[in-house]
Design a protein around this ligand. Sequence first.
Ligand SMILES: Cc1ncc(C[n+]2csc(CCOP(=O)(O)OP(=O)(O)O)c2C)c(N)n1
Length: 544
Amino acid sequence: MTSVRDAAFELFRERGMTTIFGNPGSTELAMLGPLPDGFRYVLGLQEAVAVGMADGFAQASGDVTHVNLHTAPGLGNGVGAIFNARANKAPLLVTAGQQARSLITMQANLTNRDAVEVPKPYAKWSHEPPRAADVPFALAQAIHHASLPPKGPAFVSIPMDDWTAEIAPVDYVTQIARSVGGRAQADPAQVAALARRLRTAERPVFVAGPEIDASGGWDAAVELAESQRLPVWASPATGGGRIGFPEDHAAFQGVLPPAVAPLAQALASHDLVLVAGSSVFPYYPNIPGDFLAADTELVAITSDPDEAARAPMGEAIVADVALTLRALVQELAELSERADAPGRNPSERESPPARFELDAPAPGDQLSGGEVHTILAGLFPADGIVVLESPSSTAALRNNLRLSRPGSYYFSAGGGLGFGLAAALGVQLAQPERQVVCVLGEGSAQYAITAFWTAAAYSIPVKFLVLRNEEYSILKWFATLENVTGAPGLDLPRLDVAATASSYGVAGVTVAGRDGLHDALADALAQDGPRLVQVDVAPGMALA
Ligand SMILES: Cc1ncc(C[n+]2csc(CCOP(=O)(O)OP(=O)(O)O)c2C)c(N)n1
């Protein structure tokens, strides 16, 4: 016989899940104390922070990551971040404590009523085991669900007295031993048909989405674009939690606009659109129109059956994105060797046009978001990673930084604020050799503000760049688009993120001009620990 707790930790160790993010309460203590050798616990001071950190860690490591939350109110606090994790396809095991089994029926204090319902719209699987003996089995199942495509969060609610229950080998030994994998190869007939279509298309174009990076398909995407002379767009920034193609590449055209009509317009000159690793498409805001021009066809490659089913147009191949891109490259290479192959060799195609460049904004009294990101680009480490949550300067950052290596960019595909500050810590813990730069709006920083304490307490050396424009700039821009005037609550005078971060233990400075920003950033990047630079910027949207 062994305890549920010992069996669970054996399972976690076997799966390499030795980092646990969380925020504890009385209903979790029996699980936590003391952690076995080799495990580490990273404390977030609020559950949204714990989940956001785990999300970043899971995405940057590619491994299922455990986040442990307090019963009902803690799980409730975490739900917005679980929504983000689902959109990010972050493989998370989310556990939460529950009242002791004998007290659940009477709904004693802290009972998580209908616990499995709480995260349900966003969890891939949500379960409370009927017996203590089923806890290891439930945890193993949740880990499998989280890791299978599309990856995402899976939830287990665990009554607090289960951890000490004694269980027999039959209840856990096989669960710890078995592994489950799930990278599906595409049907070779579909790949062959797509290759023929690409060869016969007159003006094909490639749209690179976040799953290229997550599946390890970066090199295959570059090879496909280069061998076929395809112009490449990034999928819209709204749902593009990662980038799938080097943004300094000669074939790169820019980031697709996210609304229906402008997106169709951007692709209108093409007869075939090949989308890899993105939903079709993460549309926002509502600018209605035709989904594609009349002469444009679309084929999407995604590992997510739901993404394939819900696309409003085009065809889809449901399979692992990297494996499918590699198979497609191979098939096209074989076709180009054959005299009887349909269509034409890509060498007969024109090279993609040069990227359309926006003019840099004229310098004003205050720095613009674009100028800030030009300065950041000049100092950005070659293997640096950006975690971004600065809504009005998202486009300017992408346009200036031109990130060109895999695993270099994380953004909340769900759009729920609070991801950026928290996830940056998880990404840095998963990638200790690379410098993480977390770029935040001063409004966005508030949603995970206590994460500064975790950065300081665990010496996580993220560099934070906070753009302070004293308003919710992006919402003012949306208000114009929606013909709304006079909405309250869009101004943020006097927020001082540097002062707040310093109260949590992260040293920071506030700067205003070009030189001040350059020197402060250079200095922050040269320091060992976490550092913050807050820069005053002009209000409004920054595109270039
Ligand atoms: C959890 C959550 N609450 C509210 C919003 C709505 N929202 C989107 S952008 C934004 C403003 C962000 O302000 P700031 O970080 O200062 O960026 P700016 O727009 O000024 O660049 C808000 C409140 C959201 N996306 N997520």
